[in-house]
Design a protein around this ligand. Structure first.
Ligand code: DLL
Length: 431
């Protein structure tokens, strides 16, 4: 099933025409209505009349998270407040948060974008969806909620946390799809196994996971633990929220709703656009958003694009599953490392649980990396020799995969803090 076949299967030529039309209109609109954009464009010597087609997008300056912070709370709004019907904000790890506002039409588009994603994952009127993303300023809960209602599914808006209740409702209400972060899905799966609920009694068939990086191996782990099909939903509040892209049943990249969110890939260092198939930072332009339009917003998420038609029939460009953010990259003794590389190795080995933490430190001017990973409860051993051998096997696998010697500490099951939202997996004590 395809939610909006005209758009999702549109020829590449027609898609570019549509994008060109929308970009022209957008640039004129923000130039007229938003001081920030007019100033940036004037400084760059670009006028709206210079933007004739989507290819001219490269003439426009980039935007960064800092621009949203500098214009907090409403400086980037392109419409008067009376036209704004909803406000969300980013969780914001440091400094000021970033605020985003939506017009009625923005919410309509957002709902449709998420509805396309749900349909891509085969979710519809027959389904009961438990939305365990947080409701509130975070876009996860409400964003997914309205898309789920749009496809006619029955929605259980439980929000994050309260694990026992999550399991209870999932069982009592015959929930068929779970929407939450992959780290919380892992925690819920462990809690379910512990509670003795029989997996066969559950009706769960699909997971709708996102909001944080997770590896292909984590997908397999979640599919195995829950006995489901796991789908990847991507998005960010600056651009809209969940629903920017999603993978279909072929899991070969996430289809971007590019009639609304135009993607580019740029070199993380030179900021030059990169061709199809090369990995770099993902940049988005919101072609239709009214409340707070974003032009060439650098997400810092790392991905690559593929314009080939998918086996599912969609022609929407696909972005590769996110490997991490360029600002999450650790540099340890000169070696670049993403936490996802560690996750990949651990789950490939399949000898521990999937719960881990990374501690980075500096001792005698030398970077050190410690991996703490929980033992698998079903494979606990008492002998020190067995434990030492397991640590060594993990060390060896990490060394050959990433070229770093890592101190591996096996810790007791359930000793690593669980997350109900986005997981924190790195503690960098060098800062
Ligand atoms: O996390 C929106 C969302 C909610 C997406 C629910 C999917 C499901 P923010 O809090 O603004 O918005 O965080 C956005 O989270 O730039 C990525 O770094 C990361 N992220 C989001 N989805 C994925 C994903 C929401 N599927 C930031 N894979 C983004 C990897 C993701 N990273």
């Amino acid at each position: 099933m395809i939610w909006n076949k005209d758009i999702e299967c549109m020829s590449r030529d027609n898609m570019r025409k549509l994008q060109s039309e929308r970009l022209r209109e957008l640039v004129q609109r923000v130039y007229n209505n938003v001081f920030f954009y007019r100033k940036r464009m004037d400084e760059a010597g670009v006028k709206p009349s210079h933007i004739k087609s989507i290819d001219d997008i490269v003439k426009l300056p980039f935007m960064y998270k800092q621009d949203l912070r500098d214009n907090y709370p409403f400086g980037l709004f392109a419409v008067p407040m009376k036209e704004i019907v909803r406000v969300h904000a980013s969780s914001g790890t440091t400094g000021k948060p970033t605020t985003v506002g939506y017009t009625r039409n923005d919410l309509k588009i957002w709902k449709e974008a998420v509805a396309r994603c749900f349909t891509m994952s085969g979710i519809g009127v027959e389904d009961t969806i438990q939305v365990a993303y947080g409701y509130g300023l975070f876009t996860g809960g409400l964003g997914v909620h309205y898309g789920a209602e749009e496809v006619g599914a029955s929605v259980i808006p439980i929000s994050g946390g309260n694990t026992r209740r999550q399991l209870q409702l999932m069982t009592d209400y015959n929930v068929t799809a779970l929407a939450c972060t992959p780290s919380y899905a892992l925690h819920l799966a462990d809690a379910m196994a512990e509670s003795g609920i029989d997996l066969d009694k559950l009706k769960l068939k699909k997971g709708f996971f996102g909001a944080e990086p997770w590896t292909e191996n984590m997908r397999l782990e979640l599919e195995r633990k829950w006995g489901i099909q796991a789908y990847d939903i991507y998005g960010l509040s600056e651009v809209m929220g969940p629903g920017v892209s999603n993978d279909c049943m072929f899991h070969s990249g996430l289809h971007v709703n590019e009639d609304h969110f135009f993607p580019e890939i740029i070199d993380p260092v030179t900021k030059e656009p990169l061709p199809e198939g090369e990995e770099g930072e993902l940049v988005f332009t919101t072609l239709t958003k009214e409340g707070i339009p974003m032009i060439r917003y650098n997400t810092r998420d790392l991905s690559m694009l593929n314009y080939e038609k998918c086996e599912c029939g969609r022609t929407l460009v696909r972005m590769k599953k996110i490997t991490g953010r360029s600002d999450d990259m650790l540099i340890i003794r000169g070696v670049n490392l993403f936490p996802s590389q560690i996750e990949h190795v651990l789950l490939e080995l399949c000898e521990t649980s999937a719960h881990y933490m990374l501690y980075v430190d500096r001792q005698n001017n030398l970077d050190t990396l410690e991996l703490q990973v929980e033992m698998d409860e079903t494979k606990l051993t008492d002998t020190i020799k067995d434990l030492q051998n397991l640590s060594k096997r993990i060390q060896h696998a990490l060394n050959s995969a990433i070229g770093l010697s890592v101190k591996v500490t096996l810790v007791e099951p359930k000793s690593i803090p669980r997350s109900e939202g986005k997981a924190i997996r790195v503690v960098d004590r060098r800062k």
